[in-house]
Design a protein around this ligand. Structure first.
Ligand code: 6CS
Length: 348
């Protein structure tokens, strides 16, 4: 299989080299500024660096992509604003921070809604009906939606063990800034505290907050495990982000540049899925090696059901925030997951 795959790849590369138009001198020297919401070495950084590689390789000098890691251009909200204004061409924009601008997108933040099989969710994210819906929502807010991808399961890091909603009593849980997350953690009995990403470590260290929630790779990279004692795996939700571009920038691209951008985004869909899986696996081992006393709690099905019962109430809060269109996005998302599940099911 492998040599055949290699030959196929060589043919494809040769084909694209032959079909790509000759470089246009008038379009040389363009810079596409791409801001991410995470630091170097993160899943979003892997995405942006690979995007840079794919675009620059095929643009033959026309385009240079510059990646701005988190912190260099401000918080997530400030980055989205800069993209709006056109001082940035591309950015990641996570539903966890987009809720005030696009309330409907908070459907991605609901707990116990998507599949427990992350491959199913991965397939659902490229469902054409879902993509078309998201494109319309983002367009209305002056953004062009390009893609969404998962960065892995959300994990709670806390100072005390959490196995039941009762254990959240009096726990100040840091959440991202989308309003729905307040309702989600308050339904569990926690005291939800929204904070920008950059303030989480010091908040934990200074005991302004008692816990936070993020995928494993982020817990390692941002050193949150240094200032907490438990890693709790509820498998209640995955962390999703979206990739966006400025609509005027996109419409001014040449046909070749647009094709370059679109195909790079399409190629990255599967690649980033594997990246996040390996980052999350490897970094759990790394944290346990560095801090062996860190306790891992994997909730049983029975324990999870106590949380999922509470999460059901949060759907009403979502509908109050996101309205009729929010309800339709949630239906579209659930239908996309059902289709992906059917498509991935082994045929009998
Ligand atoms: O918790 C946060 O705010 C952030 N978490 C991740 C994994 N990516 C970006 C986001 O802003």
């Amino acid at each position: 299989m492998r040599p055949r795959l290699g030959a196929l790849l060589a043919v494809c590369l040769l084909w694209s080299a032959c079909t790509d138009p000759a470089p246009d001198p008038a379009r040389q020297g363009q810079v596409w500024r791409f801001a991410i919401e995470e630091t170097r070495g993160s899943v979003q950084d892997a995405y942006a660096q690979r995007f840079k590689e794919l675009v620059e390789e095929r643009s033959r000098g026309e385009v240079k992509v510059v990646v701005y890691p988190y912190g260099t251009l401000g918080t997530s909200d400030q980055v989205t604003e800069q993209l709006h204004m056109g001082t940035l061409q591309l950015a990641t924009a996570s539903p966890g921070h987009l809720g005030t601008l696009i309330p409907e997108v908070q459907a991605f933040l609901l707990h116990f809604v998507l599949s427990e099989d992350e491959r199913v969710n991965h397939e659902a994210l490229r469902d054409s009906e879902l993509v078309a819906f998201l494109e319309r929502l983002y367009k209305e807010k002056g953004l062009r939606y390009l893609a969404a991808f998962s960065e892995g399961w959300m994990v709670w890091t806390t100072r005390t063990p959490v196995r039941r909603p009762l254990d959240f009593d009096g726990v100040k849980m840091r959440v991202m800034t989308s309003p729905l997350l307040l309702a989600a953690y308050e339904a569990y009995g926690a005291d939800a505290t929204p904070l920008p990403y950059s303030e989480v470590y010091s908040g934990l260290q200074l005991r302004m907050i008692d816990g936070q929630v993020n995928p494993i790779f982020a817990i390692e990279e941002m050193s949150f495990y240094e200032v907490t004692d438990y890693l709790v795996f509820p498998n209640h939700a995955q962390f999703y982000t979206t990739v966006v571009t400025n609509p005027e920038f996109y419409s001014r691209l040449s046909a070749h540049e647009r094709e370059l951008l679109d195909t790079s985004v399409a190629t990255l869909h599967d690649e980033i899925f594997e990246v996040q899986r390996s980052y999350n696996r490897e970094r759990l081992d790394l944290m346990l090696e560095r801090k062996p006393e860190l306790e891992v709690i994997r909730l049983s099905d029975e324990e999870r059901s106590a949380f999922s019962a509470r999460a059901t109430e949060v759907r009403a809060a979502y509908l109050a925030l996101a309205g009729e269109r929010g309800a339709r996005l949630l239906e579209t998302l659930e239908a996309a997951v059902a289709r992906a599940r059917r498509n991935l099911a082994p045929s009998s």
